[in-house]
Design a binder for this molecule. Structure first.
Ligand SMILES: Nc1ncnc2c1ncn2[C@@H]1O[C@H](COP(=O)(O)OP(=O)(O)OP(=O)(O)O)[C@@H](O)[C@H]1O
Ligand SMILES: [Mg+2]
Length: 365
């Protein structure tokens, strides 16, 4: 807020205008009274009662008019400015949020304009934010309906065949039931992920924070993934330091993030190849990264990978995931104050997480 000097306040400005106008009126009064006085002295017997009263009325009118005219002349700029403010507020009230009023001078009116501008910009920002939320809610509902409909349509199709006993033999019956079961599982995963995503994006999401040794956690998780990767002709090349790296995290949620990154590497890497896992620290930050071979960048604008429901061709064709894994992971990492990024370089796709390391980490429980 700008500082106003005492004599810049509107009341003082008005007081000055009144004083000047009063002085002008006084000068005119003196001038007229001297003129009448001279006339009266020259022709003392010519002034009757009527003329005298008319003279007084004339003097009073001239004094009042001269006061009003000089006052209006002195405050004309303020009135013009006030009119400008009224017009602009009307304009803003008609929906032109973000429009502003010219800030002139340094008095209450300029302060009012300044506040109107702040209010207008804030309203515009809030309105735009609401619009974006509404847009992304609609988009989410469209995507959900689409993604839920496909497995449900298959389930209904197979159930209809089973209901009408339209199968040739028991083998085909078992086959249909298997398909119904696997599609139902997919539907359940999708609903679970959606539930998780909406829970995570709600403003009152709570983290169950504990201090965790990140290097131990990653050693354990990558160890569990080695046989899964081997089955897919993938080998792990990992660099995890022995140094204790204590991170405050909601373990259950962060394990979900590492799980999704490891599963993605398994699902979408070129095979046979190597998966590189790296953990390093620098000051109060710890960096985890996982890289796998890809034919080329999966998409031109890499950050789209983190958008909900984005799935590459491979994931789509193989009836893979729901496309929510990375969106959920990013949200979880950001809730921890960290960052999840992706980078493509010469046939390698790397996802990296930046964590905050606890100070005096070695002493934590
Ligand atoms: N390591 C990776 N290598 C190549 N492409 C990847 C990798 N990770 C993700 N992608 C691409 O990004 C898309 C989105 O990944 P994300 O984890 O969000 O969803 P998903 O794996 O398809 O499904 P979900 O994880 O929800 O089961 C994938 O479908 C895939 O095309
Ligand atoms: Mg995934």
């Amino acid at each position: 807020m700008r500082k106003k000097r005492f004599w810049n306040t509107l009341s003082i400005e008005l007081l000055i205008a009144i004083t000047i106008s009063f002085s002008v009126a006084l000068l005119i009064t003196i001038f007229i009274s001297q003129w009448i006085n001279r006339y009266y002295l020259v022709n003392p017997n010519q002034i009757g009662m009527l003329k005298y009263n008319l003279g007084v009325l004339l003097v009073f009118t001239v004094i009042a008019l001269s006061f009003i005219i000089s006052f209006l002349f002195l405050i004309r700029k303020k009135i013009k400015y006030l009119k400008h403010i009224i017009d602009r507020v009307q304009y803003i009230a008609n929906g032109k949020l973000g429009s502003t009023v010219v800030v002139k001078g340094n008095d209450e009116l300029s302060q009012l304009s300044h506040n109107i501008n702040m209010m207008s910009r804030e309203l515009e920002r809030k309105f735009e934010h609401e619009r974006q939320i509404e847009h992304s809610k609609n988009e989410l509902i469209t995507n959900i309906s689409h993604d839920l409909r496909s497995p449900l349509t298959s389930i209904l199709g197979y159930l209809d065949l089973l209901r009408k006993k339209e199968y040739k033999n028991e083998e085909e019956l078992v086959n249909y039931m298997e398909r119904v079961y696997s599609k139902s599982l997919k539907l359940k995963t999708l609903i679970d992920e959606l539930f998780e995503y909406t829970k995570l994006t709600s403003p009152d999401v709570q983290l169950n924070l504990t201090n965790v040794l990140l290097n131990d956690l990653l050693e354990q998780m990558t160890g569990e993934y080695i046989p899964i990767f081997e089955k897919e002709e993938l080998s792990i090349q990992k660099t995890i330091p022995d140094e204790d790296l204590f991170i405050t995290m909601d373990v259950e949620k962060m394990v979900r993030v590492y799980d999704n990154l490891l599963t993605n590497a398994k699902n979408y890497s070129l095979k046979p190849s190597v998966i590189k896992i790296n953990l390093s620290s620098d000051g109060d930050k710890a960096f985890f990264s996982i890289s796998n071979r890809v034919e080329g960048p999966p998409i031109k604008e890499m950050n789209k990978l983190f958008e909900r429901f984005y799935r590459g061709d491979q994931a789509r064709l193989e009836g893979g995931g729901s496309g929510l894994g990375l969106a959920i992971s990013k949200r979880i990492v950001e809730l921890h104050g960290g960052a999840l990024n992706v980078d493509y370089k010469e046939g390698w796709l790397t996802f990296s997480i930046e964590h905050i390391v606890l100070k005096g980490s070695g002493l934590q429980e």
